[in-house]
Design a protein around this ligand. Structure first.
Ligand code: NDP
Length: 327
């Protein structure tokens, strides 16, 4: 028996609560992990509130990320005592996740905890930070250099957005942060944003092509924001699209792609293959200013996870949330 958040759906009633969970709830897997830290991402908010059909099996332990120590393993790569991190792979959606004291998963889903980070820091990064790094890598591999001009980050006060701002600034890019919370502008500047614009500037229907401004874009919002970002990206620039906080639609035209050679990169963290994850984590260890990350991280306990998961979807949470699961 162990403590954790359990999501149940009985006779149509969807409920997420902290409770004692029987080991029998744990799914098949060749590695068992004592979870020390987890985190809350946008998707965890969706799972906890049931606002979107993220959870596909019941009962389910939410939590798409965790960091902890292996307690049992029949997988050749892992032995008891190993420190590990998990991001994605459907964990917290179709396979029980990290918002509980124990997780049982497949060994090939785990990566070693990078030496540069504590388990808590790895969760302060979490899927949000690792996805931000995947976006930055896409822009870099496209060949975008700091000298090419401004990089737009949308949803900048969110988890992905904040880490993207910090990473890009550290790499020398001029970052323009778009946010619906201008009161947090100083905070975004402290993270490294050169300037801050209002979310509304990009959120309404725009023209197929606008004045060229961005060398590159990290978009966490989708919908009109993504369409407008593409329409205002410079000739041969690139947009890394990873989120849908503003909507899943993409009301755009092909004009930026066929007239300006703009490239739209789709970013998926959930099923990204191991070498991609390893590269992202290695670059996070090198390029993320961990002190800046600390300044945007809030710590909660398992008992607060359900409430804060709801607040995250309401856009009330700034930066990253770590969940202390054990100790
Ligand atoms: P957060 O909730 O931490 O941040 C989302 C941010 O988006 C908010 O802080 C807010 O930023 C902005 N926002 C919220 N609602 C709206 C709206 N209606 N219109 C415009 N902007 C809005 O979430 P995460 O950072 O964890 O995730 C961001 C997005 O990326 C989510 O859609 C998530 O599902 C997706 N994601 C995708 C991944 C992938 O693998 N592709 C992995 C991780 C996340 P502000 O207040 O600054 O405006």
């Amino acid at each position: 028996m162990f403590q954790g958040i359990l999501i149940t759906k009985d006779e149509g009633v969807y409920r997420a609560q902290l409770q004692t969970i029987d080991d029998a709830v744990l799914p098949e897997g060749d590695v068992t992990v004592a979870v020390e830290w987890s985190t809350l991402n946008y998707k965890d908010g969706l799972a906890i509130t049931g606002k979107s059909p993220v959870v596909r099996r019941f009962p389910m332990i939410p939590g798409i990320d965790f960091a902890g120590t292996v307690t049992a393993s029949s997988h050749q790569a892992w032995k008891p005592g190993d420190k590990v991190v998990l991001n994605g792979w459907g964990v917290g959606e179709t396979h029980c996740g990290g918002l509980a004291e124990v997780a049982r998963v497949r060994g090939e889903w785990l990566v070693p905890l990078p030496a540069a980070f504590s388990a808590r820091q790895a969760m302060a990064i979490g899927t949000a930070g690792y996805t931000a790094m995947l976006c930055v890598l896409a822009l870099e591999k496209h060949g975008i250099k700091p000298v090419d001009g401004e990089i737009l980050v949308t949803g900048a006060n969110g988890g992905v957005g904040s880490v993207a701002v910090a990473l890009l600034a550290k790499l020398g890019y001029t970052v323009v942060a778009s946010t619906g919370r201008p009161a947090e502008a100083d905070h975004l500047r402290a993270l490294g944003a050169a300037s801050v614009i209002e979310r509304a500037e990009l959120a309404t229907p725009g023209k197929p092509l606008g004045k060229e401004r961005w060398a590159g874009v990290v978009d966490t919002v989708g919908s009109h924001t993504l369409a407008n970002a593409c329409a205002t990206t410079k000739y041969r620039g690139a947009v890394a699209a990873c989120g849908l906080a503003g909507g899943m639609d993409f009301p755009a035209s092909v004009a930026p792609f066929i007239l300006r050679g703009v490239t739209l990169y789709g970013i998926d963290s959930v099923m990204a293959p191991l070498p991609v994850r390893q590269e992202a984590w290695a670059r996070l260890a090198r390029d993320l200013d961990i002190a800046r990350l600390g300044a945007i991280t809030t710590e909660i306990g398992l008992a607060d996870a359900v409430r804060v998961g709801g607040e995250l979807l309401e856009g009330k949470v700034r930066g990253r949330v770590v969940v202390k699961v054990a100790g």
